[in-house]
Write a new protein. Sequence first.
Length: 241
Amino acid sequence: MRPEALEAFRREVTENFKAPSDMTKERACREIGMRDANEIKFTSKDRALELWAERFKDEKGEEVAQANWRKTSFDGARGQICVVGLAINGADPVAFFEDDWEHPDAERNTIIRAFEYIADNYHPNSDRKPIFVGHNLAGFDLPFLFKRAIILRIKPPAIIPFGAKPWDDAVFDTMVRWCGTQDRISLDSLCAALGEQGKTQGFDGSQVADAVFDGKIGQVADYCCDDVAATRRAHLRMTFA
């Protein structure tokens, strides 16, 4: 998430605080302390939600703003790439990042270096067609990276299969190959099913943003490389290699 974007969410909550979409009339009445059965009966749901918003605006406003802000980490239009991890064939995974990730050019430099690494390792005369491997690669990583490249005006190498469907020959999406397009499985769960070593113990994707904000981007880069290695182990098993 972009740190400067949080203020916008705080302003939005302050100006337009509402009860959660799944809030029921009964829950709203209970949480604002309404106990009289007749009062509850003759209070409309809209009014109950209004009263709830008035009661909890100050108390829960920051929580709502933070939750909405954190969702942008999955949005290529509003999020930010801090680390790109990848591996070519059997080489060790590498991570591209900038220690000063908040610098205005940090994201751009990170993506450019990753693109250059991919381009430098591609040999047009090779008989082998490049295959890009990842877990939820077609559904998330490639589209997110493509959007960031467009926004930052970075022309990617032509060999990266942006827009590829999960079943295209140019990609091997370990999640889709295992589950099909109607279900999901985490990379850790897939590795466990295959009897392979999973990702970094004691660290997961939900901790990445806070680790970056705490100045631990190097730890995130290590985690990213572990992620790449685990994906490769799953891919090798799934292709009987």
